[in-house]
Design a protein around this ligand. Structure first.
Ligand code: 13P
Length: 254
């Protein structure tokens, strides 16, 4: 059985005081048993990672980064390396989020390098993929997602992506309040799992956790999480509110 993941992506949000308030409120809501049953992860801005580890770690909440440099080290002002993340105990990192692909023109080649850097530092990647509305309307969504995964993840040696988590996040569902229906999401998740079955083997695919992201809420999460191939959520807006994230966590418990 794959353990469900409830992962919050805070993006560019929260001051330090708000981080403290979130931690206090979320920990007062979430029961130890709930935190054991599903993996709860918070992907926060880098400057809060160390603080969040202190606030959350003994409660088994995983703290992760939202991106990593493709470079090992050197003259790359503003970047944060996988070795730096690892040196403060970070074990998980999002890469390939559609906002980075769009606003920072991230390419498949860069994502491949990032996957290698994360692997070198034993950090679990949460690899995002997903189509735009235009691509879906053109009936091109399966091709787009296949190419995103084939060109970055599956072009590498299996040892590089051995502990990967995939997040399917249709761009049209991110921050819009319009989530993919459970059936639409399940169809794509099954497609992704089949791709991994074909390329990485049946056992690997059976253990692979595939998260859905895009307007996940307390209201729609139960329906999404009960689908066979949906192993949890990558949650933006709703993860900023302790009550909403806790409701989503409760919906992930079987
Ligand atoms: P929303 O939940 O705000 O739609 O964001 C989803 C997302 O981009 C998570 O990475």
């Amino acid at each position: 059985m794959r353990k469900k993941v409830v992962a919050g992506n805070w993006k560019l949000n929260k001051t330090l005081k708000e981080v403290h308030d979130f931690a206090e409120n979320f920990l007062s809501l979430a029961k130890a048993k709930e935190l054991k049953q599903s993996d709860v992860m918070i992907f926060a801005p880098n400057i809060y990672l160390d603080k969040l580890k202190t606030l959350f770690n003994e409660n088994a909440i995983i703290i992760g980064a939202q991106d990593v440099s493709e470079h090992e080290k050197g003259a790359y002002t503003g970047e944060v390396s996988a070795a730096m993340l690892s040196s403060i105990g970070i074990t998980h990192c999002i890469i390939g989020h559609s906002e980075r692909r769009k606003y920072h023109n991230e390419t498949h080649d860069q994502l491949r390098e990032k996957l290698i850097r994360l692997s070198e530092n034993k950090i679990t990647p949460v690899f995002c993929c997903g189509e735009t509305l235009e691509e879906r309307n053109n009936g091109n969504h399966f091709n787009v997602v296949r190419n995103q995964i084939m060109d970055s993840v599956l072009s590498l040696d299996k040892t590089v992506y051995s502990n990967i988590i995939i997040a399917y996040e249709p761009v049209w569902a991110i921050g819009t309040g319009v989530n993919a229906s459970p059936e639409e999401a399940q169809e794509m998740h099954a497609f992704i799992r089949q791709l991994f079955t074909d390329e990485a083997g049946k056992d690997f695919a059976a253990d692979l956790r595939i998260l859905y992201g895009g307007s996940v809420s307390p209201e729609n999460s139960a329906g999404l999480f009960e689908q066979n191939d949906i192993d949890g959520g990558l949650i933006g807006g709703a993860s900023l509110k302790p009550e909403a994230l806790h409701m989503i966590l409760k919906n992930s418990l079987s």
